[in-house]
Design a protein around this ligand. Sequence first.
Ligand code: MN
Length: 266
Amino acid sequence: MRILVTNDDGVYAPGMWTLVEALAPLGEIVVVAPDREQSGVGTSVTLHHPVRASAVSPQIPGIETYAVEGTPSDSIILALRTLAGHVDMVYSGINEGANLGNDALISGTVGAALQGYFHGLPSIALSVGSLEVSDFTVAARLGLLLGDMIRTDLLPRQVLLNVNVPNKPLEEIEGLEVTRLGRRSYVDIIDEGHDGKRKYYWIVRGKPTWDVVPGTDIWAMRNGRASITPLCDDLTSQDQLSLLEEQRGSLMDGLRQAAIERSVRN
Ligand code: MN
């Protein structure tokens, strides 16, 4: 197996290299990651200027490693299209900081895994719930175990997993839960200032509001447990399909009415 590893904390982040070390039994590893921290960029892809990549020396000898002047998603696209050749599986992380609930949509860590999934590859995002992580080893081992289950067809190839692990040694972790995404929202604070020439706005993330519901990833991590959430790429709201369908005729009538009014005016 050939495994692509990326992250959003930058190519020298210790969490990624702990993961690379742990994944060695799974196969050959190639690292393609942003040259600097890119947390919070979600699935962003660079389209308005060229993206450069260069081979850099790995933190672990013998691992083919590239630094990309771009986002985590750029790294995956470059890797899969040209730098890494054939790849069987994608890992993103291990991120410093949990990626829970709605944050999955802005997370660069999950964004990169989503990009791998879009390309038809099994993809795993891994995060540890602390901004100053002291222990990546449980998350790294869980990553290896999940990858091995995919390799041996215990899990499907068409899989996108968001994994979060408490920042603790295994003895202190309360358990492992399979979860759905919870709801966690930030109140963004706008910091206004003046740089001498122009006014600026600085978007500051306020304290998140947690919706701690049993069965969710947020609940699991709040209770000191590791969490695995299987994701898919369907954002469709199933319960609102029929509500909108009921309004479809009125919307069409409204459009026709506007066209009639315009032709009368002309
Ligand atoms: Mn990050």
